[in-house]
Design a protein around this ligand. Structure first.
Ligand code: M6R
Length: 626
């Protein structure tokens, strides 16, 4: 998840004054930093073709933009168009070489990109074989060189035609903006999946991936839709489809202020981030689920032979990441038939675990910096185990200190409560479970295909679950005065219950405990009395009947029961005082969907209590101490 901005503007006054293209870009990048701050960069062209292209980039974490601003003191006084980018690294570490804008071999054109080019490896091989020099590890850079190829093969098609030709070669998701010194007042933009908005005022035209970046310039925006391109020139905008046919772009007007815009109009970051979950899941699947019905995780650099040699998997994590690991335990054991142990990192470190080179230790951490998990990974490596880290932060301490990394692609998460990073973790772990099964030939090709198909539609199902937010709010309102909540689940529903309880604790400071429903009669049922609110995960799994027996047990002691149930499952609904509906899926994927109403419930209840959901008391986003 990155931020893009671009502006083309007629030179100020008589054309001899300093243009403010650079200032607009730097200010816009400042408002995009929440999209990522691994690096920041800009490219400027014009006003004459002979002025060439000027580029500056900086990769210094949260200081990237400051460093870039310093470097921009050397920028040309006058420029007619420019593009800027703030990066959240996904392909390639957070280095200056990997920072956008990327340029072609002659450094005459520059490009910023948000999204993922799925077939970048084969395209890079082809370009290198044809003599191109690729300087970064990113998936993006191939685009700059593909445009260069198209221009040099057919100069008459110009930049617009060349971008169109280049995009014909790529698979994946993109929003991008390109400038070229030969056409110095033009910005070419294109979109597939990743959003892009544009505006035109007076002698300017501009674009951005997010409204805040250009909200100071206009409140009227044009939306670039999927598979559309745009040509921006000072004071004009032309939108076409990929066949070149002109299109009337959709227009929107916003009445938000800047703070609201940073949150895309949501009241808080948590809500925004929950609504980004379909994209987080889709991006985490992208280029790993191949069109030929297989999975590819070559990025981990672990061979199939090494995966076949694994005798035991050990998952180690904290908090929500631990719950994601617990969900994956069921999948790895069921599909790949490898025994899985799981532990909370702070316990693992001091329990003298038995590991050897045939143990695959998986550390799960959205931040990649959590001290307990990081130390646990160090201990695992010391004992000779193979260490794989699943994290959302490229080049984080844990990513650097592991044998292999599998990145989630949720983009930066600002709300303290993990939401989109959690769903992305579960997704990555499910992919890993199936990948292990594929490597060990533990699944028939038919079963694998069915599962991959189900996986592909998970983002839509997450979106459907989110659409029920108002219904969940109504249920939360009904139980807003309850002093405590009991969460129950069995099998994969158990970690969902744990996550539901954790979210409620974190956000509303109420007593909320999660239990395996089968364990009730061994103690926790003593807590149940008339009026106790029990939230049960009762979506359809092979042991749904057993779960419903446990629900009957608490009901007969007077509990009020709220059940998470699959759409249309009236049999389950009849046992509930209130229902949180979710779409059905393969039961081992169900946590990805069933967690959503848990998040929404905690979110709405906390807001009903007037609490700050983005900054819950006593908590920090990253816990770097033991
Ligand atoms: O960055 P990590 O995933 O390692 O963080 C682990 C926990 O601290 C984290 O999941 C925490 O429980 C969150 N506040 C959950 O919302």
């Amino acid at each position: 998840m990155c931020g893009i901005i671009g502006i083309t503007r007629a030179p100020v006054g008589d054309g001899s004054g300093r243009s403010d293209v650079l200032e607009v870009l730097l200010e816009g990048l400042g408002r995009l930093e929440y999209r990522g701050y691994d690096s920041a960069g800009i490219a400027l062209v014009g006003p004459d073709a002979s002025d060439g292209l000027w580029r500056a980039r900086a990769a210094n974490g949260t200081r990237s933009l400051k460093d870039l601003t310093k470097r921009a003191e050397d920028a040309p006084e006058l420029s007619s168009a420019g593009i800027g980018h703030t990066r959240w690294a996904t392909h390639g570490g957070p280095t200056e070489e990997n920072a956008h804008p990327h340029v072609d071999c002659s450094a005459g054109l520059a490009l910023v990109h948000n999204g993922i080019i799925e077939n970048h490896v084969e395209l890079a091989d082809e370009l290198v074989a044809a003599g191109h020099r690729l300087r970064s590890e990113t998936d993006t850079e191939v685009l700059a060189h593909l445009i260069e190829v198209a221009v040099s093969d057919h100069p008459e098609i110009g930049l617009v035609g060349a971008v169109r030709a280049a995009l014909g070669r790529v698979r994946g998701a993109f929003s991008l903006a390109v400038v070229c010194s030969d056409e110095p007042d033009l910005i070419v933009a294109a979109r597939r999946v990743s959003p892009l908005l544009m505006g035109v005022t007076g002698d300017s035209a501009f674009l951005a991936s997010d409204i805040p970046a250009i909200l100071g310039l206009t409140r009227d925006f044009f939306v670039l839709e999927d598979d559309q391109m745009a040509e921006l020139r000072p004071g004009s905008l032309r939108v076409t489809n990929f066949e070149g046919e002109e299109i009337d772009p959709q227009r929107i007007t916003v009445d938000w202020d800047l703070e609201a815009a940073r949150k895309d109009g949501y009241d808080d970051f948590m809500s925004k981030e929950m609504h980004e979950q379909p994209k987080a899941v889709a991006d985490t699947l992208l280029d790993r689920l191949l069109p030929d019905g297989t999975l590819s995780l070559d990025e981990m650099h672990i061979t199939n032979a090494e995966l076949r040699a694994v005798n035991k998997v050990f998952i180690v994590a904290c908090g929500s990441s631990y719950h994601a690991g617990l969900m994956a335990k069921y999948s790895i054991e069921h599909w790949a038939r490898i025994p899985v142990e799981i532990d909370i990192a702070s316990e693992f470190i001091y329990r003298d675990p038995v590991l050897d080179p045939t143990t695959l230790v998986i550390g799960v951490s959205q931040s990649g910096e959590t001290a307990d998990t990081r130390i646990a990974m160090e201990e695992a490596r010391r004992q000779g185990a193979k260490v794989l880290v699943i994290t959302n932060v490229v080049d984080s301490s844990m990513a650097r200190g592991s044998d292999a990394v599998l990145y989630t692609r949720a983009g930066p998460e600002i709300g303290v409560a993990a939401t989109k990073t959690h769903l992305a973790q579960i997704t990555a772990l499910e992919i890993l479970a199936l990948y292990l099964a594929q490597a060990r030939q533990a699944l028939s090709p038919h079963d694998a295909r069915v599962l991959f198909e189900q996986m592909g539609v998970l983002p839509d199902k997450v979106a459907l679950a989110l659409e029920r937010s108002a219904d969940v709010e109504a249920v939360a309102a009904t139980y807003r005065d309850s002093p405590s909540f009991m969460f129950l689940g069995r099998q994969v529903g158990y970690p969902v219950a744990l996550e539901g309880a954790l979210k409620l604790k974190e956000l509303s400071y109420l007593r909320a405990e999660g239990f395996p429903a089968g364990e009730l009669k061994h103690g926790p049922i003593a807590l149940v009395e008339p009026g106790t609110v029990v939230i049960g995960v009762a979506t359809r799994t092979p042991i749904w009947e057993k779960m419903m027996s446990n629900i009957t047990e608490v009901k007969s002691r007077g509990a009020t029961v709220v059940l998470v149930a699959n759409d249309g499952d009236e049999e389950t609904a009849r046992q509930a005082d209130a229902v949180l509906w979710v779409p059905e899926t393969e039961y081992l994927f169900a946590p990805i969907i069933d967690v959503v109403p848990m998040q929404l419930f905690a979110y709405h209840l906390a807001r009903l209590h007037g609490l700050d959901v983005d900054r819950p008391r006593n908590l920090a986003k990253v816990v770097t101490v033991e």
